[in-house]
Design a protein around this ligand. Structure first.
Ligand code: UD1
Ligand code: CA
Length: 465
């Protein structure tokens, strides 16, 4: 077979995953924020295959629904296996769309962490014969065992259920991933029966058929058990989640990022860091997050689709989503930046401040307890504690504009639409319903302050004087 034989991946993903005890099909269970199947499809895509055939069955509707909005552009085809009659039967469903000159790579939808380099070695060996990915396990129970002859040549696989006691002691197991020429595979599949302990058509039976054909059977060993671990229940899912997060953490630390504790770090997307970034414990990163040089993230922050400039610091318990900040910005503790928050350089957004769809200009500060929604704030503005942009009239959202160098006193309500002019000062406790001119002091309180010196506090009923 020539090296240019097109690669066809067949992903087995029809199984039910009973032990997940979940309505969500097993291959859609999330690992690092993405369905298990997405991880497999990403690894497969890296091999630049001519086609990826996904054999699906259980939870068909939901799997298809998900597939429609993910992986646009990948050479995916979907094959329904209505009844799960075994791994050979599953592969068989995809074969009509696989040409004879192809090399086939069989993947499992619930084995998410196999490195593309390992798959590449497997495919290379599969171009010359039958190649199996195997691994040695301390506890091989449940897996198909690799049978070798005296010359250590692979001669078959025996499933756990069908294995004799001596065979059960074999620690080298079949991971299920294999590669082989399509033409051979087609011939072998036509010969497989279901006379075994499960009454299923076992793909593993092709090994004995290849040996009978005197075709070379190669065992490619996986680098470690986690690379080929499958997921059957929530405990294994959590185990692989930690494994993958540890890999993310190691990659970041190798690139120079300081992680206070790599065991308390969660990345569910892509994190791009400049030099000398430090991340404290318990943070979650989702979507695409970019952190500039020297950015510091305090403990227990959540960042989803965020871009932060150099020297910016996010303090503990802040939640940032679909927003950006420039350089040397201070955010939190306990800040919430919602979609459309755009902070320029040197802005301060402090504790219990919520910002939504609002630009804040260079050096402006909102340090305590405020809601800034649907606004535009100029440079050098000071927004006092308790300031609210009253952006919603019950039906529509309106805009608040604050020009450069304005000072908004504490507990001011700005009833949008409204504009505060450049350099204006608003006295604390004002409810501003009309545009404020530039400069000067504007206040709007119910009435001027008055003192009633002989006023008495009301007494609690029944209390003795
Ligand atoms: C299979 C292998 C076993 C190997 C083990 C590794 C066979 C006969 N046995 O056993 O040698 O050690 O994997 O985990 O191949 N699937 C379908 N349709 C089906 C049956 C299965 O899509 O009709 C999918 C499942 O969703 C799963 C994969 O194929 O992703 C493996 O099937 P499973 O039933 O888990 O195989 P095992 O019995 O674990
Ligand atoms: Ca399994």
């Amino acid at each position: 077979m020539s090296k240019t034989a097109p690669l066809h991946c067949i992903v087995l993903a029809a199984g039910k995953g009973t032990r997940m005890k979940s309505d969500l099909p097993k291959v859609l269970q999330p690992l690092a924020g993405q369905p298990l199947l997405a991880h497999v499809l990403q690894s497969a895509s890296k091999l630049a295959p001519a086609a990826i055939h996904v054999v699906y069955g259980h939870g068909a509707e939901r799997v298809q629904q998900w597939a429609q909005h993910a992986f646009a552009g990948a050479p995916l085809s979907w094959v329904l296996q209505a009844q799960q009659q075994g791994t050979a039967h599953a592969v068989q469903q995809a074969m009509p769309a696989v040409p004879d000159d192809a090399v086939v790579l069989v993947l499992y939808g619930d084995v998410p962490l196999t490195p593309p380099e390992t798959l590449t070695s497997l495919v290379q060996a599969g171009r010359r014969g039958l190649a199996l990915l195997t691994v040695e396990l301390d506890d091989p129970s449940g897996y198909g065992r690799i049978l070798r002859d005296r010359a250590r040549q692979v001669k078959g696989i025996v499933e756990h259920k069908d294995a004799k006691p001596a065979q059960q002691r074999i620690r080298e197991v079949n991971t299920g991933l294999m590669a082989m020429p399509a033409k051979r595979l087609r011939r072998w599949l036509s010969k497989i029966g279901n006379d075994n302990a499960s009454g299923e058509f076992y793909l593993t039976d092709i090994v004995a058929l290849a040996v009978r054909d005197k075709l070379k059977v190669t065992a490619v060993s996986a680098a470690c058990a986690a690379d080929v671990a499958g997921v059957n229940d929530k405990i294994q899912l959590a185990g692989l989640e930690r494994e993958l997060q540890r890999r993310h953490a190691d990659a970041l630390m190798r690139a120079g990022v300081t992680l206070a504790d790599p065991a308390r770090f969660d990345l569910r997307g892509e994190l791009v860091c400049g030099a000398d970034v430090a991340i404290d414990v318990g943070c979650v990163f989702e979507g695409r997050v970019e952190l500039g040089n020297g950015v510091q993230i305090g403990p227990h922050c959540v960042l989803r689709n965020v871009r932060l400039g150099a020297g910016t610091r996010v303090d503990a318990h802040s939640v940032l989503e679909d927003c950006s900040a420039g350089a040397d910005v201070r955010i939190g503790p306990f800040a919430r930046l919602r979609p459309g928050a755009q902070l320029a350089d040197e802005v301060h957004v402090g504790n219990f401040v919520e910002v939504k769809n609002t630009r804040i200009g260079h050096g402006s500060k909102a340090n305590h307890l405020a809601y800034l929604g649907d606004g535009s704030v100029g440079r050098g503005v000071n927004i006092g504690a308790g300031t609210i942009f009253c952006n919603y009239d019950g039906a529509n959202k309106h805009q608040t504009t604050i020009e450069d160098d304005a000072f908004i006193g504490s507990d001011t309500q700005l009833v949008a639409p409204v504009t505060v002019g450049r350099g204006a000062t608003i006295a604390a406790g004002s409810t501003i319903t009309k545009d404020v001119p530039a400069g000067g002091l504007t206040l709007c309180r119910a009435r001027e302050q008055k003192t009633y010196p002989s006023w008495q506090r009301p007494q609690k009923k029944g209390k003795k004087k």
